[in-house]
Write a protein that binds this ligand. Structure first.
Ligand code: NAP
Length: 415
């Protein structure tokens, strides 16, 4: 068994295993949990109660989550004297599935984003963000129910790779000189420089995950979103490699949009997923104006960042948007908003994002009944207009609940 410096894992429960090329889920898995900073404490407490209640009600003790507290951010600083200890990486790698609250990232100097570091070190190459409407949530659009997409955002490359140098440094001067001389460019000497790598390796594994999801969940299309008209050898290549992979690895399960038109006269054949692509700026319009034409989206890192939040806004904002960072096997399920420090420990904020990320986690464990029970209870609680302050200020005649009361209302609605 794995050894930790300052952690002891639960004595009951089992480890999720990789057997062959598949995950094997025990009935009582040990799941590491990172509470996070700021409001992480409030929302994690609420989320654990809701998930435990659903599992208990669905499986009557046959299945159970054995939570295992691990540390990052302020809590890790206090326990270990560092914000991201090796114990934390080790625990997530070893136990494979983990739940995480938000972590503070200071702007400018200080340490690099803990979130980005976790994703890169654990090779969690797909940021997965489902965006779906819950009836009754205030939305800025007329037909929010048309939104039901799942975004697969590449998580390790692009301008997020962290390869950049500040204006005036020795490194940037050397780089500018080299580029200007070797390639006869005219980069201004007072520039900072960032590098945008996009590889066929990272593209293929991301697009493969998106297509597999579409096939397994009976979704109609996968849309590759890129800016290939401008950045041909990074974003354009992402699109080309995506089509190539789809044709090579899924020849009997996918067709292109061109085939849909030419061969099938826009009548989508049963059991086939349509692969299409859109340019990122156009996609930001399309998702607003032709929302229900999109189901699964695969995109590089920066486009995915903008698109995920834009989609979330259409269904009522980040308070309700779940997310996960997933690699070949390891899955880190997390709230998509930050630590909102001004609300920390006030038992006030909306735990919806983390609760729904917890539902994604239950689905990953194949505990669909428990996930469905939570989805339904969250939906019913919102329909009853029993909500936290953020939704309360936007809804007529709603009852304002604390974070803990909202969790209790969801549990009550599980029947
Ligand atoms: P934020 O923490 O997401 O909060 C911004 C605003 O969003 C809040 O003031 C609040 O709006 C609303 N909000 C966020 N979560 C909410 C919830 N659960 N319920 C209701 N309202 C919620 O963004 P930030 O202030 O820019 O970032 C704070 C820290 O979090 C930074 O250190 C940042 O780096 C970090 N961060 C971490 C993650 C992560 O761990 N994945 C993600 C993003 C940011 P109102 O004030 O209008 O009510």
């Amino acid at each position: 068994m794995v050894k930790f410096d300052k952690l002891s894992y639960p004595t009951t429960g089992e480890k999720i295993e990789v057997v062959g090329n598949k995950l094997k889920f025990p009935d009582k898995p040990i799941i590491p949990v990172l509470e996070g900073d700021g409001i992480g404490r409030d929302i994690m407490r609420a989320t654990r109660r809701v998930l435990d209640a659903a599992v208990d009600k669905c499986y009557a003790g046959k299945k159970k989550i054995n939570w295992f507290d691990i540390y990052a951010g302020e809590a890790a600083q206090a326990k270990y004297g560092e914000v991201l200890p090796q114990d934390t990486f080790k625990a997530i790698k070893h136990f494979i599935v983990a739940l995480k609250g938000p972590l503070t990232t200071p702007i400018g100097g200080g340490f690099r984003s803990l979130n980005v570091t976790l994703r890169q070190v654990l090779n969690l190459y797909a940021c997965v963000r489902p965006v779906k409407y819950f009836e009754g949530v205030p939305s800025p659009v007329k037909e929010p129910w048309k939104m039901n997409v799942i975004i697969f955002r590449e998580n390790t490359e692009d301008v997020y790779a962290g390869i950049e140098w500040a204006k005036g440094t020795k490194e940037v001067k050397k780089l500018i000189n080299f580029l200007n001389k070797t390639y006869k460019l005219h980069i201004r000497s007072d520039s900072g420089i960032g590098i945008k790598p996009i590889s066929v390796t990272a593209t293929n594994r991301l697009i493969r995950k998106a297509i597999n999801h579409a096939i397994e969940h009976g979704r109609k299309s996968v849309t590759i979103v890129h800016k290939g008209n401008i950045m041909k050898y990074t974003e354009g290549a992402f699109r080309d490699w995506g089509y190539k992979l789809a044709a090579k690895e899924f020849p009997n399960q996918v067709i292109t949009e061109t085939e849909l038109e030419k061969k099938y006269n826009w009548q989508q054949p049963e059991g086939k997923v349509v692969i299409k692509d859109r340019i990122a700026d156009s996609m930001l319009q399309q998702i607003l104006t032709r929302t229900d034409e999109y189901e699964v989206i695969a995109t590089p890192n920066l486009n995915g960042d903008y698109l995920s939040d834009a989609c979330a806004a259409q269904v009522g904002g980040l308070g309700m948007a779940p997310g996960a960072n997933i690699g070949d096997f390891v899955g880190l399920f997390e709230a998509t908003h930050g630590t909102a420090p001004k609300y920390a420990d006030k038992d006030m904020v909306n735990p919806g994002s983390l609760i729904l990320s917890g539902c994604m986690m239950l689905e990953y464990l194949k505990w669909q009944e428990a996930a469905d029970m939570v989805y339904k209870a969250v939906g019913d609680t919102i329909k009853q207009k029993r909500v936290t302050y953020d939704l309360h200020r936007l809804m007529e005649g709603a009852t304002k609940l604390k974070t803990s009361e909202y969790a209790s209302a969801i549990i009550e609605n599980m029947g």
